[in-house]
Design a protein around this ligand. Structure first.
Ligand code: GLU
Length: 468
């Protein structure tokens, strides 16, 4: 069997939309699953709208998602000679011709066609004139006027197009720049792409592309058109629904594996399994199970999946992605409690890395700020005695262990006649500033003796200050 070669050809005109990223993911996974190749091509022929910044964002987004490519990046603007070569062949073989109709004339044709109830189209004025190349002349494809073109779509099934619906579409514009339909075909042919999975917003283009393949006698690739990603209101997923760029999710603290997992599940299924590791996806991904109905992007589902991925990721692997979020809070994990232990306590409680970094602040902070309500409720005169007793107990302990911390709390309970909760809650506020945190013994042992005692003393002063 021939080696599978897939591709991702984004147009660099803005950020990388999650819908487009999903197309990249499908093609990449399929190539990896089939031990084939994945080609990256930048479709930058729209010179007005293409920017270097958008190209950089594409690389950044793919790298973050862990999508690597075997060939490319190719740039269409650097391949004009190749398109010209094929164009010459098409003109020579009578499949394409120069057209000198002016934009005004074309506009008039379109209006006329619409006035008589048809689709706006080119009327074929230059089709049989055999015109020579002149300045600003465009090249049109001589499309068949009868018969049908059938797209054998591996996702949607056969889609039949009437050829008389197609007009003689433009291959190369007056400025020498190829149109999308022409460049994409020549690229896919010359890059040996044999599997094209893309958004179904392109399905109308596919018959035109098939005609070009036929005209240059090249075998067709396998086509599969995936339904668009929708928002909850079932319109195309856009800013109105939430963040749409891949990098926005990176910046919000999502894990690339979670994003990958979510994007795949938006249009593909494997029984009712929701959680997949990257390797598992490479193992089981196939085209057959890409669905025909549109996936609805649900930010809450993604968030829950991200939490599951955080939980499943080995702690050491979280250091690197977490670190930019910690840095934002001025946290240097070299200075302070053991990061491994810190992350372990936060993993089950974090939905995003951003969330995890926020929760980590108290471990590293030199100075704890109390949440107002937490302080009001728990840092009250009634807490003075248990906090003082506990501080005395802790001061005489050697290294903190779960066992001796438990003993210290027990002794405090005995001396004060209070239940654990009455002691633990004010202590928690003293140590974290908040009423919720990982287990009290855990955080005490991670924060370490010196910091714990100094925080308890500070809280005692705080309460005494209230008194005074
Ligand atoms: N540049 C096109 C796009 O981004 C590529 C479409 C295709 O995959 O053929 O929509």
């Amino acid at each position: 069997m021939k080696q599978v070669i897939t591709r991702f050809p984004p147009s660099p005109t803005g950020f990388l939309h999650v819908g487009n990223a999903r197309t990249a993911v499908f093609n990449w996974l399929y190539a990896r699953h089939m031990q084939g190749k994945f080609v990256l091509r930048i479709e930058d022929t729209d010179r007005q709208r293409s920017t270097q910044k958008a190209i950089d964002v594409i690389f950044e987004s793919l790298e973050w998602l862990g999508i690597d490519w075997d060939e490319g990046p190719f740039y269409q603007t650097q391949r004009l000679d190749i398109y010209n070569e094929y164009l010459e062949k098409l003109i020579q073989s009578g499949h394409a011709y120069y057209c000198t109709c002016t934009p005004e004339e074309i506009e008039a044709m379109r209006k006329k066609a619409m006035a008589s109830g048809g689709k706006p189209r080119y009327d074929g004025t230059c089709r049989d004139k055999d015109l020579a190349k002149t300045e600003n002349a465009v090249v049109r494809f001589k499309a068949p006027q009868v018969g049908t073109t059938v797209v054998e779509d591996v996702i949607k099934g056969n889609i039949v197009f009437q050829n008389d619906e197609l007009d003689d579409f433009v291959l190369v514009r007056g400025d020498g720049i190829p149109t999308y339909n022409f460049a994409v075909v020549i690229d896919d042919i010359t890059m040996n792409v044999n599997t094209v999975i893309r958004g179904d917003d392109h399905v109308m283009n596919t018959p035109k592309q098939m005609l070009i393949y036929k005209a240059v006698s090249s075998p067709l690739p396998v086509f599969g058109h995936v339904p668009m990603v929708l928002g909850k209101d079932r319109t195309r997923f856009s800013k109105r629904h939430g963040a749409v760029s891949v990098t926005a999710y990176r910046d919000m603290g999502y894990l690339p594996d979670a994003m990958l997992n979510y994007l795949v599940r938006l249009g593909w299924s494997h029984g009712d399994q929701e959680f997949f590791s990257r390797d598992e996806l490479i193992n089981v991904f196939d085209i057959e199970h890409i669905g025909r109905s549109a996936g609805v992007f649900d930010p809450e589902k993604l968030l829950a999946l991200n939490a599951d991925h955080i939980q499943a990721t080995p702690t050491v692997e979280l250091f690197k992605p977490l670190s930019p979020f910690l840095i934002k809070h001025g946290i240097n994990i070299e200075e302070g409690p053991d990061a491994q232990s810190v992350i372990e306590t936060l993993k089950p409680r974090s939905k995003t890395l951003k969330d995890m970094a926020e929760q980590a602040i108290f471990y590293y902070a030199d100075d704890i700020t109390y949440e107002e309500q937490a302080a009001q409720k728990f840092l009250k005169p009634a807490a003075l005695e248990p906090m003082r007793v506990l501080t005395d107990q802790l001061e005489v302990l050697g290294e903190f262990t779960e066992k001796n911390l438990e003993d210290a709390f027990k002794a405090t309970m005995e001396q004060t006649g209070l239940k654990l909760g009455k002691i633990a809650q004010p202590v928690r506020v003293a140590l974290t500033g908040k009423t919720a945190s990982p287990g009290i013994f855990e955080i005490i042992s991670i924060i370490g003796k010196d910091r714990v005692i100094s925080r308890l003393k500070k809280a005692i002063c705080f309460i005494e200050g209230l008194d005074g």
